[in-house]
Design a protein around this ligand. Sequence first.
Ligand code: GLP
Length: 263
Amino acid sequence: MRVIIKQDAAQCAKWAADYVSYKIKRHHPTPNKPFVLGLPTGSTPLGMYQELIKQCASGKVSFEHVATFNMDEYIGLPPEHPQSYHYFMKENFFKHINIQTKNIHILNGMTRDYEKECTEYENAIKKLGGINLFIGGIGTDGHIAFNEPGSSLTSRTRIKTLRLDTIKSNARFFDNDITQVPRTALTVGIGTIMDAQEIMIIATGRNKAEAIKHGIEGALTHMWPISVLQMHQHGIILCDEEAASMLEADTIKYFKEIENRTD
Ligand code: GLP
């Protein structure tokens, strides 16, 4: 696992965007060989999206032959609902870059047939040859996408009931009214994320420190889904100093030293 500790959220955003651009360019994407990105929502990736928008506008990166799969979507929110992840992605990223609509994939939270929707999503990922780089955030309890603690570490795309803590935490996007937050969501599974060639999890702020500690120094356990990254061949945790603040001093020194030499 690579652990990259940057001073603050802005530096994380810049590093993440530069890494995504570099990966896309190195892939030399074409219509038949698109670069396939897994994407998150939440406040954490916003800085990265803003930076990628700038890089796209200046011609540093092109999304013309990039295909995307979002991690999750609330059940019952139509795409035009301001808190749906469809809306979030369109407003904060897609409408500002040169991505082709046909290459955007987001789970349909309005479907009546959840099983079919989830199976088709998994099939669409396979059809494009799998995900090259899956980017994620984390919940304060270490959840990735909507895979809450206790989720099977080999789970696939499916419907999940959200924990009360997650509902409370996401209420900030719903006028702080927890009754407005959907109780269920469709989400890629941990197994779906783990199938990606590479995974980059971004965490910023002190409220993510416990999850980061468990993910890096703790044992592999379904109670801290982030810890599954220890089993991936190409996992990156990108965090700021606040999110890294509960790590042992030696852990920080170890990973910083490796990254300094890598740079
Ligand atoms: C939600 C999303 C996750 C995201 C998490 C953290 O639960 N389903 O994918 O990582 O929120 O969000 P934030 O980045 O706003 O802290």
